[in-house]
Every structure is written in C-alpha cells, then in structure tokens.
Write a protein that binds this ligand. Structure first.
Ligand SMILES: *Cc1c(COP(=O)(O)O)cnc(C)c1O
Length: 382
C-alpha cells in the first residue's frame, strides 16, 4: 500500500482507532516531522534549518529536532526556555521576533542567545544596549503575494532603510545579516527569486558603506498540504537554489531557513465530533454542521477562510452536499467555512467524527484557555 506523506500515518490512524480520548484533540506523529526535516535539508542543503517554534512548541517535536541537528527561531523567553529544556544549545537559537521587551533581550543574552532580528533603528538600539557583541539580522519587508497567510505589513523595513540600519549595526561593532519572509503557505515558487534580487542589492550597497552582512535568512513559507494544491518541496528546493546561485554567484557565508508550517502541519490530525447537523428550513439545501472544535479551539487560521483544511469523515465517497462548517461556541465569529464551498456527505450525523487534516501547525497554541467553559484543545504526540 502506498501512502503519501500528506495522508495520516498508520501510527496516527491506530491512535484514532484505539485511544478513547476526549475530543477535540490534535494527534501528531513526530516521525513525520523528522521525515519532513530530512526532505527540507535535502531540498536546500546549503541552508541551516532554524525551526520556527511558534508553529508547534511541543517538547516532543523540539527534542526530536535537537537530535537531528536543527537550530531554532524563537519569539519569546518562554520559547527560549522550551528549546533549552529540549537540549538545544543557545548558539543554535535565533531570537526572530522584531518586537522585543528590553528585559527579554537581556534575558536571552543571559541564556547565551546571540542572534536577534530587528527592522528599525529603535530596536537596534535596544539590542546594542542589552546584548553587546550580538549579531543582528535586519528584516526586509516583502509583499506577500502568492501566500495564503501573508505576514507583510507588520514586519520589515524598505530596502534603503535596511541598508541604513546595517550601516548603524556595523558602527556599533555588530555582525549582521539580512532576513525576509515571503509569507506563510507561499505557493509562488518565484517569491524567493524576487526577494533575493533585492537582498543582493542591499548587501552590495551595505558593503559600500562599510558594513559586511555575512548571512541571509530565507525565512519560512514552505507549504502544508491543504485543500488547494501546492508544489512539491523538491520544486521549492530547485527554485530557491537557483535564486541563490543567480543573485549570489560568489556564494553567501551563511544561509538560514526558518520553516514552521512545512515541518509540522502534515504531521498532525485534529479529531472533532459532530454536535449538530441542521437545516434552517426543510427545503434548504445547505446544512449547518457544528463541530466541537472551532476558531477558539486552535483553528484561528480559518480567519477569512485563509487556510482551507482537508476534512475526513466516516462517510467519505458517499453522496455529498454543501455545508457551512461552524464551531460550538456562542460567538457568531466561530464559523470555519461559509464561503469556501465545502461539501460533506449527506449521511453525516450527530456523533460522527470529523478529522481535520494537516493540523499539526498553528493550532495547539492558538486555542483559547476556556472560552464558554470549553477546555483548550488537547494534544497527543505519538
Ligand atoms: C512564523 C515565522 C516563520 C515560519 O513561517 P512558516 O510559513 O510557518 O514556515 C519563520 N520566520 C519567522 C520570522 C516567522 O515569524
């Protein structure tokens, strides 16, 4: 029997079959995370992997990645602590959040973390003061066209400002590099080429001003497997390697990549239970399907129906019809899909289990602590 990596593993299916645990929950197969890590390293062998911990900070995942030699991109002291607890070396931790409290920079420094991402002079000043001798990564703003979950406007500086901040970092005696993020779930393979052309020009200009950026951070953006297809990781690898060769013919001293979604999304399945199937009137062709899991149970990326998950039900293959899919809480924002033309089997009924696939990333930590008295999403690692 063949299995694509994007369908649940035998281990996950065994867990779903044998374990009678309360729904909703996410179950993650940590071996699949390892498989994905190996595939990404094969696709872009010249880059060091810094796992974006925010995608799923479970200890089981970080411990496995430590064993594989991964480094880590963190956003807070708690994520630093988690990585250190899992056995990561402080040298292998990059503080990638461009917005940091001074005391958090100081805390990171006391832990031995030496690399910080910034995008403006005011943040450079904070890092220079609290982390003397650290190296800074200056983030370039990127228009995230082609990404299902864009990240553009909140982060990054325009190219001339990146050059200026690199110059200031050099004056402060700090090592530096340039980073960007092409947007999460980026399905346009040319996104990296576009941005690397700008990065190459930035580095050229910075050198003319006495700075010497030594590393380039390619960010994340590599895909999970959702309803709309995305290219294979080998295609991303080919595109990224070609862009590096084209814009940096003399090479780059150090290349970083910060995958979050790609490493963990497909490794997880979220199991939920149907609470109610209703029609507003008998002749209504559209059914409302209410699950015991919604926007407040970790499915935050269904905001604006941006991430469209694949669903699995016990009646797949039978006659189906249109549905609106909603969560169980008393908030009208708790609707998952209303405009994305989801269909589910007509036989679907109260008590059936609906599996939401590729939910290993950006779910568990997005769950509310107890809205309406519902507990946070449970998580299991196998
Ligand atoms: C969220 C984030 C990532 C991970 O992005 P994915 O699209 O999940 O791979 C990488 N780098 C930074 C700075 C991030 O904020």
């Amino acid at each position: 029997m063949t299995r694509t990596i994007s369908s649940p593993s035998a281990k996950i299916d065994a867990f779903l079959r044998d374990q009678n645990v309360p729904t909703p929950f996410v179950v993650v197969d940590v071996d699949l995370v390892e498989e994905r890590y190996v595939q990404l390293v094969e696709a872009i062998p010249q880059a060091r992997v810094y796992y974006a911990v925010k995608a799923n900070p479970a200890l089981a995942i970080i411990e496995r990645l430590v064993r594989l030699g991964s480094a880590f991109d963190v956003a807070s002291p708690a994520e630093i602590d988690r990585c250190l607890e899992a056995g990561a070396k402080p040298d292998d931790i990059s503080y990638g959040n461009t917005i940091k409290k001074r005391r958090d920079i100081a805390y990171a420094t006391s832990c031995g973390v030496r690399r910080f991402t910034i995008d403006v002079e005011a943040e450079l000043d904070k890092v220079a003061a609290e982390a003397p001798g650290a190296s800074v990564c200056v983030r370039l703003r990127h228009e995230c066209g082609g990404a299902d979950w864009p990240l553009s406007r909140k982060f990054g500086a325009e190219a001339p400002d990146v050059v200026r901040v690199l110059g200031l970092a050099a004056e402060a005696g700090m090592e530096s590099g340039v980073s960007f993020h092409v947007g999460s779930q980026q399905r346009d393979l040319l996104a990296w080429d576009d941005t690397l052309s700008v990065v190459a020009e930035i580095i050229d200009r910075a050198r003319n001003q006495g700075a010497n950026p030594t590393f380039v951070n390619l960010g994340g953006g590599f895909p999970g497997t959702y309803r709309e297809a995305s290219p294979a990781i080998t295609a991303y690898g080919t595109a990224v390697r070609a862009a590096i060769a084209k814009w940096f013919p003399d090479g780059i001293a150090e290349i970083m990549v910060e995958p979050g979604r790609y490493l963990v999304a497909d490794a997880g399945v979220l199991r939920s239970e149907v609470v109610l199937v209703s029609r507003r009137s008998p002749e209504d062709s559209e059914r409302w399907v209410y699950l015991d899991c919604g926007k407040f149970h970790g499915l935050a990326e269904t905001m604006d129906e941006a991430i469209r998950y694949r669903l699995r039900t016990p009646h797949d293959g039978q006659l189906s019809g249109p549905v609106v899919l909603a969560g169980p809480t008393c908030d009208s924002a708790d609707v998952l899909y209303e405009k994305s033309a989801y269909e589910l089997p007509l036989a679907l009924a109260e008590g059936d289990m609906v599996d939401i696939l590729s939910t290993g990333a950006y779910t568990t930590t997005y769950s509310s602590v107890g809205f309406n008295g519902f507990p946070p999403l449970h998580e299991h690692y196998v």
